[in-house]
Design a protein around this ligand. Structure first.
Ligand SMILES: Cc1cc2nc3c(=O)[nH]c(=O)nc-3n(C[C@H](O)[C@H](O)[C@H](O)COP(=O)(O)OP(=O)(O)OC[C@H]3O[C@@H](n4cnc5c(N)ncnc54)[C@H](O)[C@@H]3O)c2cc1C
Length: 256
């Protein structure tokens, strides 16, 4: 099938994109890897597309002391190959390399995936797990930052207003002394995972500097729930992770 007719707009600045979005009640086109198939199946028929791909300054990956910030035109593949981002936070690459196939990762954007808010997608789960945020811009309300906790509202539904353009996403670095892992079961590598899990474990250190307890465990489950949520447990004793008490979750209340 082919999409229903639509107007096409090609802004060159974020402000222009935001005002076109407000004026047309259209949709932003980023990598098009989710939007175009949905339009081709006539599951969506926006009157206009506002193509972000000619806006400059949105493809950067900025690794600071505290976070990896990626622009709205950073492709999944750019994030996967970025060495500084991997060194600062290996979980980003571990997760993003499970997103689809290389050709789709070379076009699809990570911020687009966050806005699309598919419960089976990897990067929304990572944003939620790390407690990140998305920065958005609109003509009417200016710039605002939305925490991951508030960002994912339901299946394929984010907190973005129809006139807002997402300009970047911020993934905070995990605390020092932490380890992370990403596991996924898919019928073939690159397919949407049937289920996946991301985990972050933070070790405490005692006054002698030796690593002791586990003050913070977090997990994220793409594909297992209707929206992305973070499970968190604090203050687990070392050696207690595989114990019966922990496996049953007694004494530790998982947080949404
Ligand atoms: C065969 C196939 C397999 C795939 N497998 C996976 C997978 O295993 N895991 C996974 O996570 N994803 C998968 N995807 C989806 C892929 O990751 C997409 O790239 C991603 O979901 C959307 O990114 P995009 O840049 O292509 O967004 P688009 O398709 O351009 O847009 C998606 C939606 O987000 C909105 N949007 C995008 N960017 C912005 C912005 N900056 N501001 C405001 N709104 C915006 C659009 O208006 C649209 O509603 C797959 C896609 C295909 C075609």
């Amino acid at each position: 099938m082919k999409p229903a007719p639509f107007a096409y707009h090609r802004p060159s600045t974020v402000d222009e994109a935001a005002s076109m979005l407000a004026a047309t009640e259209g949709k932003i086109l980023a990598g098009g890897q989710s939007l175009i198939p949905i339009m081709s199946m006539r599951l969506a028929a926006p009157a206009a597309l506002v193509d972000l791909n000619h806006v400059t300054g949105l493809a950067d990956i900025d690794v600071s002391d505290t976070a990896v910030r990626i622009g709205a035109l950073t492709r999944h593949g750019d994030l996967e190959r970025n060495v500084a981002a991997y060194d600062a936070n290996p979980l980003l690459r571990r997760a993003v390399q499970h997103v689809a196939h290389a050709t789709i990762r070379n076009r699809g954007t990570t911020v687009g995936s966050l806005v699309h808010a598919d419960p089976a997608a990897e990067m929304p789960a990572v944003l939620r797990l790390l407690g990140g945020s998305v920065e958005v811009v609109s003509t009417a309300r200016g710039r605002r930052s939305i925490d991951a906790e508030a960002f994912f509202v339901g299946p394929l539904e984010s907190a973005l207003e129809p006139d807002e353009v997402a300009v970047s996403a911020c993934f905070p670095h995990p605390p020092a002394g932490s380890g992370s892992a990403w596991l996924e079961i898919a019928r073939r590598h690159g397919d949407y995972g049937l289920v996946g899990v991301g985990a972050l474990v933070v070790l405490d250190s005692d006054s002698s500097g030796e690593r002791g307890g586990v003050p913070d465990q977090r997990g994220g489950h793409p594909g297992a729930r209707r929206r992305h949520r973070r499970l968190q447990r604090r203050g687990v004793r070392r050696g207690g992770l595989g114990g019966r008490q922990d496996a049953r979750g007694r004494g530790h209340r998982p947080r949404g």
